[in-house]
Design a binder for this molecule. Structure first.
Ligand SMILES: [Fe+2]
Ligand SMILES: [Fe+2]
Length: 325
């Protein structure tokens, strides 16, 4: 520590997630970036995280900023108010602004749980937030389109998780099988948010299409559902539906998926829905396919991998969300 530097003396900094700073609400604290072992003022108390400032952070691929320890209560209050306002059906904020805040909030939850799955309190918070998220996505016809319009250029697995959660919810809305009802949408959301938890820490270029992976890379990639389940299986507070989503979302109904090569009757329906949403989001974000192309690819070129009635539900959801004509 440089004792001549006033910023470095006796100041305790704490990390916060960039994805929690969204919207035009001024921040009631100052935020810093860390360069080497120094904290440099980045956003002053009273400024907001809109437009260019946020884009610059994204371009730098920074997902952490720092605040002073004494400002923690102010940060938490800002967070609560920003998120409550975005979820509030009566607030007069425009939909895109709400979606940006909610997307960031869900992404922060995904990151936190993937990094600290043993934190039961946070997990419960994530489940509760999953309920609010599901109501928001279902009540706002254009929310899915707004959400999917947010670019995921470096393919962050937490942002991918939020997309998959919204898509999975939208599929359930149009999916009808008499013997099956998706009653736990909160767990569907949470499982979708963290479905790729096993990708954390694997040394793979996740922003690349898996069609471009080498044999070795593909072999490593195929371990991620197993790595994910091994990381959290012993944690008592994680629900069975969430465990199944993590373990089975890469299975295909014809038995050609991984890691267990399960067939349709063996795969948890929650994991099947997440599997459909996962494939679609990867086609859009990694293969740059348009919605209609991605859907065609899934229904025709990949016929037999996903249940046909779920594909039909995806199609209906995309139509209702104005993503397809
Ligand atoms: Fe996956
Ligand atoms: Fe995924």
């Amino acid at each position: 520590m440089n004792n001549n530097d006033p910023l470095s003396i006796d100041l305790n900094f704490q990390p916060i997630r960039v994805s929690t700073l969204r919207g035009e609400r001024p921040i009631p604290f100052s935020a810093y970036i860390k360069i080497g072992d120094r904290h440099i003022l980045y956003c002053r108390n009273g400024d907001s995280f809109e437009g260019e400032r946020l884009e610059r952070l994204k371009a730098k691929k920074l997902n952490r900023l720092f605040i002073l320890e004494k400002d923690r209560p102010k940060y938490e209050k800002y967070l609560r108010e920003n998120v409550d306002e975005a979820f509030d059906a009566h607030s007069n904020k425009d939909l895109l602004s709400k979606v940006l805040v909610i997307q960031g909030h869900q992404q922060a939850i995904a990151e936190e749980i993937m990094e600290n799955p043993e934190d039961e309190q946070f997990y419960i918070m994530g489940v509760n937030s999953g309920q609010r998220f599901s109501e928001f996505i279902r009540k706002n016809e254009l929310a899915l389109k707004c959400l999917l319009s947010i670019k995921n250029e470096d393919f962050s697995i937490s942002q991918h998780g939020v997309n998959v959660a919204a898509l999975a919810l939208s599929i359930t809305e149009h999916f009808q099988r008499p013997e099956l009802e998706f009653k736990r949408l909160d767990l569907l959301v949470l499982g979708a948010l963290i479905h790729d938890i096993g990708c954390q820490g694997i040394d793979l270029p996740l922003q690349t299409s898996r069609l471009k992976f080498s044999k070795e890379e593909l072999k490593n990639y195929k371990c991620h559902p197993q790595l994910g389940i091994e990381r959290i299986r012993s944690l008592q507070h994680i629900d069975g539906i969430v465990l199944n989503i993590i373990h089975e979302h890469e299975e295909f109904i014809d038995g050609s998926g991984f890691p267990q090569k399960l067939v349709e009757r063996q795969i948890d329906p929650y994991a099947q829905i997440v599997g459909v949403a996962n494939t679609y989001d990867r086609l859009i974000n990694l293969e740059n396919k348009a919605p209609s192309e991605a859907l065609k690819f899934m229904i025709i070129d990949s016929m037999g991998l996903h249940p046909l009635d779920m594909m039909k539900a995806l199609q209906d959801a995309l139509k209702k969300g104005h993503l397809l004509k």
